[in-house]
Design a protein around this ligand. Sequence first.
Ligand code: PBG
Length: 330
Amino acid sequence: MITGKYPNLRLRRTRKFSWSRKLVQENKLSSNDLIYPIFVIEGTNKKKPIRSMPGVYRYTIDQLGMIIDKVLKNKIPMIALFPSTPKSKKDKSGKEALNENNLVCRAIRFIKQRFKNNIGIMCDVALDPYTIHGHDGLLKDSYVLNDETIEILIKQSLLQAQMGCDVIAPSDMMDGRIGKIRKSLDKNAYQDVQILSYAVKYASNFYGPFRDAIGSKKSLKGDKKNYQMDFANCNEALREVELDIKEGADMVMVKPGMPYLDIIKNVKENFKIPVLAFQVSGEYSLIMNGIKSRLINEESILESLMCFKRAGASAIVSYFALDLAKKLKI
Ligand code: PBG
């Protein structure tokens, strides 16, 4: 559908000046599109660096107020909490996930008491921060058991909702968990707690630095291919999304981000549901190290996030969220 031809038509005309480029810009990224992940550790008054993620830290709960003040000031609507559980509290079944005084539960209570509903809190539902083998569920002969794992995830979700979590985000990839979690939340009068399903989560090589951050990297036995998706597949992603919508998901996540833009677009075109993207730890570290070694400049951060808006994402989880929001000022 070309409406003219050279030389009358010159697409460079609207590109000539900055004011004109602003007028014809098709997509915009604002702080309101961002979700900021925060890693939490035990102790007090600590901010610990993560070796493989330059510029990202793990914070003790008493430090969260200070960070969330910044998050709010920069108009980011939601944070995602990830616990870095001490090894002494991990076991084969991940039972620390159900301890109402675990790191995540204490962090939710602290934040909700201080910030009420001025900030959204999203929490992962999966057992990997709590299992000694680093898998997202119960392991039997190297296989993650589906239905047995769901029984624990239902309890984990309910506990997080009771603590005040706003958005329950199952990232475990068990079949059928969304429906069961929704049912249990509703039965317990948490019908307004949202479910963001990590519906499309690939068995990706880009999660390495995250596993380092939550301390599951060294202990992870094998890979996650018997539950996370094969990165060669697209139709299967659509099936996953369709099932989760039917089971009651309010929003769906595609993860990782940049290598899966086609999937975000495909999901968005097929289902009129909010689709979120997760720019994962490996993507963050590659870009950050590229900037640090001057291979690329800092503007690449905005470019790496704008692509999600082009693809149709409603919001993006990114470790760059806070730094970028400070610059965007919108
Ligand atoms: C685990 C989980 C992972 C991430 C978020 N939740 C890693 C995994 O599946 O091993 C990755 C996030 C990132 O890499 O930034 N349930």
